[in-house]
Design a binder for this molecule. Structure first.
Ligand SMILES: *Cc1c(COP(=O)(O)O)cnc(C)c1O
Length: 306
C-alpha cells in the first residue's frame, strides 16, 4: 500500500565505525520523487483523495512539491504547485515533468504560500511540507521497514528542516518500543532553526535562511518537533555548508547516489571521525535524498566553499 516504495536498507562500510559496529543506510533517496517526502505526502494525498479531494495544492518548489506532484499524478488528481520567482528552472521543470501545474507567484516562499492558500477551494487538499500528523504517520513507515528487516538501531541520524522527518521517525521508533534510541538531528549553519530553538528553550524564527541547504530552510520548526526534544532523546547538531556538500560528493563516490546538501548534513555527521556516533554499534542514517541538486551544482558549491 502507499505511493512510496520500500527502500533498501544497506549495511555500509564507507563510514568510520569501531570494529564490529554497523552503519545502516535507509535509502530514501531512491523514492520515485527523489526524497522521503513521498512517504508522508503520498499518505496525506491518499487520505485526502479518499475523503473526496479533487485537487492537490502545494506551495513548495522543492521536494515537498515534487512529492505532491508525483502523488497527484498517481492518484489521477490535478496538482497545482505555487512557487516563488526564486525557484530554479530545474525545480520548475521537474514539477512540470510530473504533470503539475506550476504557478509562479511572488518573491518569497511566504508570498507563494499565501497565494496558494488564497486559491484553495472546498474540494482542494493543501499539502504542508512538514507540519501535519498525516505526514508524520507516513514518514514513520520507514522505521517499520527497518524493524521488519530485523535491524534494531541504537542511534539514528537525520536532517531537520521544519521537523516533519524528525516527527515521523520518532513516531516510528515509539511504535517499535524504541523510546530510548537517541536521534541526532542535523542542520546546516544558517538553517539551524531547530538547534537555536532548543538552545533558547523556545521556538525561534530565523530572520532569513543563510545556507545552500534550501530543503532545511524552514525559518521556524513545528511546535510538535520542538516539543519532542522534551520526551525523546534528541541531540541537535550543526555542520557547515562546505562539510555538507563534501559529504554529498563523498557519498556519491561511496554509494553512487546523488543527494542534496540537506541530506549531506546528516551524512557529514556520519562521516566524522570520532564524532558522537563513535559510541554506538548500530547507527541508522536516514539518507533522505533530494532531487533539486545536480552533480554539476554540487561540484560548483564544493569549489566555492572549499
Ligand atoms: C524536506 C527535506 C528535509 C527536511 O525535512 P523536514 O521534515 O522539513 O524536517 C531534509 N532533506 C530533504 C532532502 C528534504 O526534502
Amino acid at each position: 500500500m502507499g505511493l512510496h516504495i520500500v527502500t533498501p536498507l544497506l549495511a555500509s562500510t564507507a563510514f568510520p565505525a569501531r570494529p564490529g559496529a554497523r552503519v545502516w543506510l535507509k535509502m530514501e533517496a531512491l523514492q520515485p520523487s527523489g526524497s522521503f517526502k513521498l512517504r508522508g505526502i503520498g499518505h496525506a494525498c491518499e487520505v485526502h483523495a479518499a475523503r473526496g479531494a479533487r485537487r492537490i495544492v502545494a506551495s513548495s518548489g522543492g521536494n515537498a512539491g515534487l512529492a505532491a506532484a508525483y502523488a497527484g499524478r498517481r492518484l489521477g488528481l490535478p496538482t497545482l504547485v505555487v512557487v516563488p520567482e526564486t525557484t530554479s528552472a530545474r525545480a520548475r521543470s521537474l514539477l512540470a515533468r510530473e504533470g503539475a501545474e506550476v504557478r509562479v507567484h511572488g518573491l518569497s516562499f511566504q508570498e507563494a504560500n499565501a497565494h496558494a492558500h488564497g486559491v484553495l477551494g472546498a474540494q482542494d487538499a493543501f499539502v504542508h511540507p512538514f507540519d501535519d500528523p498525516l505526514l508524520w504517520e507516513g514518514h514513520a513507515g520507514m522505521i517499520d521497514e527497518v524493524a521488519q528487516a530485523g535491524v534494531r538501531p541504537d542511534a539514528v541520524v537525520l536532517a531537520v528542516g521544519g521537523g516533519g522527518l524528525l516527527s515521523g521517525v520518532v513516531a516510528g521508533l515509539r511504535r517499535q518500543g524504541w523510546n530510548a534510541v537517541p536521534v541526532f538531528a542535523v542542520e546546516t549553519v544558517g538553517a539551524d532553526s531547530y538547534a537555536q530553538s532548543l538552545a533558547a528553550g523556545e521556538r525561534i524564527e530565523l530572520p532569513a535562511i543563510a545556507s545552500i541547504a534550501t530543503s532545511l530552510g524552514a525559518r521556524k520548526v513545528s511546535e510538535h518537533a520542538f516539543g519532542l526534544a522534551r520526551t525523546h532523546p534528541v541531540t541537535p547538531f550543526v555542520v557547515g555548508d562546505g562539510e555538507a556538500v563534501a559529504a554529498c560528493l563523498r557519498f556519491m563516490d561511496d554509494h553512487r547516489v546523488v543527494v542534496e546538501p540537506a541530506c549531506g548534513a546528516a551524512l557529514a555527521l556520519a562521516y566524522r571521525q570520532d564524532g558522537p556516533l563513535a559510541a554506538f554499534s548500530n547507527v541508522l542514517v536516514i539518507v533522505c535524498g533530494g532531487a533539486t541538486a545536480t552533480v554539476a551544482q554540487l561540484q560548483a558549491w564544493d569549489a566555492q566553499l572549499r
